[in-house]
Write a protein that binds this ligand. Structure first.
Ligand SMILES: O=P(O)(O)OC[C@H]1O[C@H](O)[C@H](O)[C@@H](O)[C@@H]1O
Length: 417
C-alpha cells in the first residue's frame, strides 16, 4: 500500500481541482506517445512481462552454485538493483557492485572472490559505457585466467536486445544474455532484467514486486483525484520555483533508494525545455533517522527553498522491544518501547517540525517495506517523472547533457597515452 499525506499543505486539494484539466492533458499527451517508436515508454509494460520473469527464474534455478554476484554497470544499470537488493536479499548470496573505476576496491574484490563460485553480470543498455566496459574487461580476463573454457558459465550479459558491442559479443561467444527492451531507458529499467536478474539471485519475491508495480499503473490511470502519480507530479509542479526537492526515506533497508531517485529525477527533468529555458529541480537524497543528525538543522533553519518528500513505512515486518537497564535512567523513556515505534515517532516528529518551520513537505506512507509496496513506489516515481516531463515540456527520456563529458574523457585518454 502507498498513501499520500498532504496534511501540511492545506491548499493542495483546491489546487488539485484547479489543475485537473492540466493534469488530464499531461496524461493524455504522454499516453498518446505510447505507440511511437522511440517514445521510451516501455517501462509501463514491464510489470506485465511474465515470460521474462519465467526465463529469469529458470536461469536462477539452473545456477544454484552462485555464492557471489558481481554486477558491473553504472547509473540506471546499477542503482535500481542496488536499492532493491539491499532491501530484499533473502538468499545470502553476496552482491558486489562495480559501478566505479577506482582500482583499489576492484583489486580488493578480485582477491577476495572465488571465481568458481562467482557469477559476473555485466549490465549496459548501450553496451558502450566506458566505466562498465573497463570493469568488464578486467573481470573477463580474470574469469578466463582462473577458469579456462568454463568462463562462459560465470558470465551473464544484460543489454539491448539487438544492438551494441555487448550483444554482439554475447552472440559470438554464445553467452547467456538477457534483454533490456528497446523502449526502456536505463533509469526506467529497474523492473526489466536489469533489476529482476540480480533480485532472483537475492531470493526476492519478484511476483510481489511486479504486482505492486501493476498497482501503480492502475493508480496512474485512475481519475485525477485518485491518481497518486498525477497528484505527486502536481506537488512537484506547483513547487517548481523551489530549487531543491529533498527525498527523505525512513528505512535502513531502503538506504540506496534515494540514490536511484536522484538519477531518475535529475537526469530526466534537468534540461532545456522547448523554448531553450533551463528547467529542473535538484533532488537531494536524505535518510532517516541518520540525516536528522546531519541535514535537518539546515532543513529547519536554513533557506525555505525546498519541497520535501518523506517516505515512511507504517508497520515493520518484525519488531524489537527496547529492554530496560538499571543505571541508565536517562534512557527510561525508551524502556519497553520498540525500535519501530521510535522510528515512526522520529519520522512523525521530523515531518511536523519541518512543516512548522515553513518548509513545504508531504509524506508517502508505505504500508511496509515489502516487495509489493516498494514495487508500487518505484513504478509510482517513474510515472511521476514521466508526467513531469509533460508538465515541464522536456523529454524525460534522453540525456544530451552527459555526452560532452564522455567525449572529453576519450580525448584525454588518447592524449595521455
Ligand atoms: O546502461 P548504459 O548504457 O551502460 O548506461 C549507463 C548510464 O550511463 C549514461 O551515461 C547515462 O547518463 C545514464 O542514463 C545511464 O543509466
Amino acid at each position: 500500500m502507498l498513501r499520500l499525506d498532504t496534511r501540511f499543505l492545506p491548499d493542495f486539494p483546491e489546487a488539485l481541482k484547479a489543475h485537473a484539466p492540466l493534469l488530464e492533458e499531461a496524461r493524455r499527451s504522454l499516453l498518446a506517445k505510447r505507440k511511437n517508436p522511440g517514445s521510451m515508454l516501455g517501462f509501463l509494460d514491464l510489470p506485465e512481462d511474465t515470460e521474462t520473469l519465467r526465463e529469469i527464474r529458470r536461469y536462477r534455478e539452473a545456477n544454484p552454485w552462485v555464492e557471489d554476484f558481481v554486477l558491473i554497470g553504472i547509473g540506471g544499470s546499477a542503482l535500481g538493483p542496488k536499492a532493491l537488493e539491499a532491501a530484499f536479499n533473502e538468499s545470502g548470496v553476496r552482491f558486489h557492485y562495480v559501478d566505479h573505476v577506482e582500482p583499489e576496491p576492484v583489486i580488493k574484490l578480485l582477491r577476495a572472490l572465488d571465481p568458481g563460485k562467482t557469477l559476473v553480470n555485466v549490465v549496459s543498455k548501450s553496451g558502450t559505457t566506458a566505466e562498465t566496459l573497463a570493469g568488464f574487461l578486467v573481470f573477463l580476463d580474470w574469469l578466463k585466467g582462473a577458469l579456462g573454457e568454463a568462463w562462459r558459465r560465470h558470465l551473464v550479459v544484460t543489454t539491448d536486445p539487438e544492438t551494441g558491442p555487448l550483444r554482439a559479443l554475447a552472440a559470438r561467444e554464445g553467452l547467456r544474455a538477457f534483454a533490456i527492451p528497446k523502449e526502456v531507458g536505463g533509469r526506467f529499467s529497474v523492473l526489466s532484467p536489469v533489476g529482476l536478474l540480480p533480485l532472483a539471485f537475492a531470493g526476492a519475491d519478484l511476483e510481489a514486486l511486479l504486482m505492486g508495480a501493476r498497482k501503480a499503473n492502475e493508480t496512474a490511470l485512475a481519475p485525477v483525484e485518485e491518481s497518486l502519480p498525477l497528484k505527486t507530479a502536481l506537488l512537484l509542479h506547483l513547487h517548481r520555483h523551489l530549487p531543491v526537492h529533498a527525498f527523505m526515506v525512513y528505512s535502513e533497508r531502503l538506504k540506496h533508494l534515494p540514490e536511484w531517485f536522484v538519477q531518475l529525477h535529475d537526469e530526466s527533468l534537468g534540461k532545456r525545455d522547448k523554448e531553450g529555458n533551463r528547467v529542473g529541480t535538484t533532488a537531494l537524497p536524505a535518510l532517516g533517522p541518520q540525516d536528522q543528525h546531519a541535514q535537518v538543522q539546515l532543513f529547519r533553519e536554513g533557506p525555505l527553498d525546498k519541497l520535501l518528500a518523506m517516505v515512511v513505512p507504517e508497520s515493520p515486518l518484525e519488531d524489537l522491544r527496547i529492554p530496560p537497564a538499571e543505571g541508565l535512567e536517562a534512557a527510561s523513556y525508551l524502556f519497553g518501547k520498540t525500535l519501530f515505534g521510535l522510528l515512526r515517532a522520529e519520522a512523525e516528529a521530523t515531518y511536523q517540525a519541518l512543516a512548522e518551520a515553513g518548509q513545504r513537505v508531504y509524506a508517502l506512507y508505505l504500508s511496509q517495506v515489502s516487495p509489493y509496496a516498494v514495487g508500487w513506489l518505484l513504478q509510482h516515481l517513474m510515472w511521476q517523472t514521466a508526467f513531469l516531463g509533460e508538465l515541464w515540456g522536456v523529454n524525460a527520456f534522453d540525456q544530451p547533457g552527459v555526452e560532452l563529458g564522455k567525449r572529453l574523457t576519450r580525448a584525454f585518454l588518447e592524449a595521455w597515452k
